[in-house]
Design a protein around this ligand. Structure first.
Ligand code: NI
Length: 213
């Protein structure tokens, strides 16, 4: 879904903008508070590494959930945005080789704060791209593993990057597509044993609407 949803939304939006003959300019910039609401898919990187001295190959699976952001534009071109969401629930497969797989799962919340640059902010452009960099904090909960061991994933702090685009509809509403890269690495413990670090490092893709006020 990640590979298709974002481009097709962008194409649809750009086409919609191109077919609009109105030359009305919409204020888009300094002083705007905004919220973006949509469905986000968290897609961990394909190779999540190994734990337990290389004996368990880790695969963290995708999940989608409702997500929203809150933000503010300090100037026409600079803003800040906080990504929030309901908890994501990821299946995890631990492959011990020889056809032995252990199932596990975890919930997580990955709030992410980015400082953003809007190159066309303050202009009449109805297609408003942006990019941001910032920080991610991820907390894990409800970790479960087949056999009922005490699985624990440590909280993670890491860098975040973001790109997105608003396709302005009117003075308040826009279609939005956005993607984040989050550096999420977590230390895995099973009971008293430290099994090592798992790299989740997902891309988060969100499609929805923006509302600014
Ligand atoms: Ni990482």
């Amino acid at each position: 879904m990640r590979k298709n949803a974002l481009p097709s939304l962008l194409v649809a939006g750009i086409a919609a903008a191109a077919f609009t003959t109105s030359t009305q300019a919409f204020a888009y910039g300094a002083g705007d508070f905004f919220t973006r609401v949509g469905v986000a898919k968290v897609e961990p990187k394909s190779d999540n590494g190994t734990i337990a001295n290389g004996t368990l190959d880790v695969d963290v699976q995708d999940d989608s959930a409702f997500a929203f952001t809150l933000g503010y534009r300090f100037t026409d071109k600079l803003g800040v945005e906080l990504l929030a969401a309901e908890p994501f629930d990821h299946g995890i497969t631990l492959d011990a080789g020889g056809g032995t797989e252990i199932g596990a799962s975890t919930d997580h919340l990955p709030p992410t704060l980015t400082v953003q640059y809007y190159p066309l902010g303050g202009t009449d452009a109805r297609v408003q791209p942006y990019a941001g960099i910032g920080i991610n904090y991820t907390t894990f909960s409800d970790e479960e593993i087949d056999g009922g061991g005490d699985l624990e994933l440590d909280d993670s702090w890491g860098a975040a990057g973001q790109v997105g685009v608003d396709l302005l509809i009117d003075d308040n509403w826009a279609l939005n597509a956005a993607a984040w890269y989050l550096d999420i690495d977590t230390d895995v413990k099973l009971g008293p044993d430290d099994l090592g670090e798992v790299e989740i490092d997902p891309v988060v893709v969100m499609a929805g609407v923006s509302y600014r006020f």
